[in-house]
Structures are given as structure tokens and as C-alpha cells.
Design a protein around this ligand. Structure first.
Ligand code: FAD
Length: 289
């Protein structure tokens, strides 16, 4: 089944994300975390892709396990900047051979020292979207950035290129993490005005430690609101208190989004079933509405 068909159904849809192990040794641990998350009956589970290729072979394996053994829809991420066009084509064919129908098409980070244009590689995600469409009838998702992509100086350009990407054949978008819902509402308003009409899933990252916050900030350049910083200041030194506060903060963000008419939510569950379970427990009555 295709994710877009599910998202078009009435009701609240909550999905989760897992990432493959860095080495084969961690494979079973990731599988058992995924199995726990699948018990929450999510709309789908997405599996990230190691941009450098290191963990990429496990993406298809885990996405197949989710679909075939757990009976949950899966979304396989795929990046293109660090692979040749031929390699990208092989990965798409491999996903097809595994019966995977849903792909999140990403550029990935540009490897150091690589310059574009390079005839042998895709430079932007929209080119990958076009390539995926040549290989079959996939449901294609893509990334978007409510605070703007870190490489893009002007937000209008980011939205213009996002429109180009969506027009290339994207069925739905998932956002980069954000911690102030007003930024998301503002973004939604601007992209709808620009003519982007596909479903947009806000990506919610439960931050449960100071170290994780620092990593997230480095990765995405996101702004942490004063309210979040106060939580970190007060509870950051107590791991259990910070975990509880981070779960509450993510829950609060989700409740606000649902209350404001957003029906699709993607949670960056980061191979931590206990956090996914705690959030879903907090939402147990809300998701029935
Ligand atoms: P693009 O859409 O290609 O955009 C990249 C930049 O190029 C932007 O600044 C954009 O404005 C600009 N641009 C786009 N088109 C044009 C054009 N025609 N001309 C000029 N400029 C243009 N990374 C991984 O390695 N593995 C993952 O599994 C992964 N999953 C992710 C999931 C989500 C939901 C998100 C939000 C990000 C994820 N990333 C992942 C990170 C992502 O790969 C990086 O953010 C990357 O830098 C950009 O990827 P993109 O697909 O958004 O690129």
C-alpha cells in the first residue's frame, strides 16, 4: 500500500522513524526496537539512509522487515549526492525487488571536496524524484524545512525550489524538526500560497538530553525557543527528569498541532521505543477524536 493513500484517509495518522545500525553488529538491536515501535500501530515507519553508503544496505532490509514481518507500511529513505547515478539506480531497483513502494527522496549532505555540476551524480533531490519515477510506480516523499534549509540564504528561494521538487512528482512532505509550532504554521501558510498542496507531515523530535539538543542544533540549525531552554536549564542535569520533560514537550507540540487541524504527525523516535510508547500513552484519548 502507498503512504499517500493512507494519508488521504480520514483521521489522525502518526508515523515513526528508525535508523539502521552503523555496523552489522547492531542490527538485531535495531530490529527489536523497530518491533516494539510497530506494536504502537503507526501509519508507517520510515528507515533512514546513511548518506555515505555505510548503513545504506540495511535500509532496504529493515524496511522489508517492517512491511513483510510486522505488517506495517514502511518508507525507505534514499539519498543521492554521495552515489553515482548508476548506484542510485541499483538501489531503487533493489527497493523494488523487495516490494517497497514508498521512498523518501533526499539529496543528502554533499560529501566534502565534491563539486557540482558533476555529470555522474544528481545534485538536487528533485532530480532523484524524477529518476525514481522512471523506475516504477512509487509513492514519493521528500523533505522540507520550516526554518529554511541551512544552505539557502533566502527562504523564498527555498520555497521556490521546494515547489520545483514537489512538481517533479512528490506525493507528500516531511518537515525538518522544529520546536516552535508557530514557525510551522507560518511555513504552511507560505508554501500553500506558493501553490504546494501535498500533505505536509510535521517532524517532531523528542529531545531528552542536553547532548541530543546540541547535536540537533548542529544538524538542522533549528531555533530552540526560550520555553525549551528553560526546561533544559532546570532539568538538563537530571537524565530522568529531562527525559520526562522532553516527552511532555513533544506531546504538547503534537497536541497543539492536532488541535490546529494537522492530522498527520511524524515522530523522530530514534530507535527509542520507550519514548514512542510514552508519547502515544499521553495521546491515547486524543488520537481517538
Ligand atoms: P534538496 O531538496 O535538493 O535541497 C538542498 C538545497 O538545495 C536547499 O538549500 C535547496 O533550497 C537547494 N536547491 C534545491 N533545488 C535547487 C535548484 N534547482 N537550484 C538551486 N538550489 C536548489 N539525510 C541523510 O543522509 N539520510 C536520511 O535518511 C535523511 N533523512 C531526512 C529526512 C527528513 C524528513 C529531513 C528533513 C532530512 C533528512 N536528511 C537525511 C537530511 C537531508 O539529506 C539534508 O538536509 C540535505 O542537506 C538536503 O536534502 P534535501 O533532499 O532536502 O535536498
Amino acid at each position: 500500500m502507498k503512504i499517500i493513500d493512507k494519508l488521504n484517509q480520514k483521521g489522525i495518522h502518526i508515523s515513526f522513524e528508525v535508523f539502521p545500525p552503523k555496523t552489522d553488529a547492531g542490527f538485531d538491536k535495531v530490529l527489536s526496537a523497530t518491533d516494539e515501535i510497530a506494536k504502537l500501530n503507526p501509519s508507517y515507519i520510515s528507515v533512514t539512509y546513511g548518506a555515505g553508503g555505510g548503513t545504506s544496505k540495511n535500509t532496504a532490509k529493515i524496511a522489508s522487515h517492517i512491511k513483510d514481518d510486522l505488517g506495517v507500511m514502511s518508507l525507505a529513505h534514499l539519498t543521492c549526492a554521495s552515489s553515482t547515478k548508476e548506484e542510485v539506480g541499483e538501489v531503487i531497483e533493489n527497493l523494488k525487488a523487495h516490494g517497497i513502494e514508498n521512498i523518501l527522496a533526499l539529496r543528502g549532505d554533499i560529501p566534502e571536496g565534491m563539486t557540482f555540476p558533476d555529470g555522474d551524480r544528481f545534485h538536487y533531490a528533485y532530480e532523484l524524484v524524477q529518476e525514481i519515477k522512471k523506475h516504477g510506480d512509487f509513492c514519493i516523499g521528500a523533505a522540507c524545512y520550516p526554518e529554511g534549509h541551512v544552505e539557502q540564504e533566502h527562504k523564498e528561494d527555498d520555497i521556490r525550489y521546494l515547489k520545483q521538487k514537489v512538481d517533479s512528482g512528490v506525493d507528500f512532505l516531511t518537515t525538518q524538526m522544529f520546536f516552535d509550532n508557530d514557525i510551522h504554521y507560518n511555513f504552511l501558510y507560505r508554501i500553500r500560497e506558493a501553490g504546494i498542496t501535498v500533505p505536509v507531515l510535521p517532524g517532531i523530535m523528542p529531545i531528552t538530553s542536553a547532548a541530543q539538543m546540541k547535536r540537533s542544533q548542529e544538524l538542522s540549525g533549528t531555533v530552540f525557543p526560550r520555553r525549551f531552554l528553560a526546561i533544559l536549564d532546570r532539568f538538563g542535569s537530571s537524565p530522568e527528569a529531562m527525559k520526562q520533560a522532553g516527552i511532555a514537550y513533544a506531546t504538547d507540540q503534537i497536541i497543539d498541532l492536532l488541535a490546529n487541524g494537522v492530522n498527520n504527525i511524524h515522530i523522530y523516535s530514534m530507535n527509542k521505543p520507550e519514548i514512542a510508547i510514552a508519547i502515544m500513552n499521553n495521546l491515547s484519548e486524543i488520537t481517538k477524536c
